[in-house]
Design a protein around this ligand. Structure first.
Ligand code: ADP
Ligand code: MG
Length: 172
């Protein structure tokens, strides 16, 4: 994968951003699976990008990989209408959110996402709906189509804090 790593300017010396081409759906799933085992309760991934960019594909691969390690195999439908689907993988709780249809900001409080940030692994599609209410150490993954390559996506990862190990995975 072609990778360009850009150091962010001071004072955010620990921040980073990197990007890569994911040539196929399988490559996206593989990245999700490799990231899955490094993630922990309290981690939040913001899955950005337009409709059809691959956000749910990534989340599904990640959730199913973690569940398979604990002998579970569930369907992972898009939480478009439920807004949130909660999964278990051993002791780990995984929240898969799609906030596209989030209405009034009060709905956010009803979802209980603020509490989930503390104790669960949260995968959030359409994170722009959160406004500023985003965990400060979240990792943003932005998926984008690639011209004339329907099976490829560009992924850009960024965070105000260092997620150096993710960068390592993008290099492979
Ligand atoms: N490299 C790729 N990575 C992820 N999905 C891809 C890729 N190439 C094609 N696709 C396809 O794009 C679609 C992405 O759908 P989905 O994950 O539901 O998008 P989103 O949740 O971003 O709206 C799937 O049909 C998937 O097979
Ligand atoms: Mg989706």
């Amino acid at each position: 994968m072609a990778v360009k790593v850009a150091a962010m300017p001071e004072p955010d010396a620990t921040a980073f951003s990197a990007d890569a081409i994911l040539p196929s759906p399988a490559a996206t799933a593989r990245l999700a699976e490799r990231m899955a085992t490094r993630l922990a309760p309290g981690d939040t991934l913001l899955l950005d990008g337009p409709i059809g960019a691959g956000k749910t594909h990534f989340a599904r691969a990640l959730i199913q990989h973690l569940q398979s390690r604990h002998g579970r195999a569930e369907d992972v439908p898009s939480p478009t209408y439920t807004l949130v689907q909660i999964y278990e993988a051993g002791a780990l709780e995984i929240w898969h959110c799609d906030l596209y249809r989030l209405g009034h900001p009060d709905e956010l409080a009803e979802l209980g996402l603020e509490e989930a940030y503390e104790r669960a692994l949260c995968l959030i599609e359409w994170p722009d709906r959160l406004g500023a209410a985003v965990p400060p150490d979240a990792l943003r993954l932005t998926f984008a189509p690639v011209a004339d390559r329907p099976e490829a996506r560009r992924i850009a990862v960024s965070s105000p804090v260092c997620w150096a190990w993710v960068e390592t995975l993008l290099h492979d």
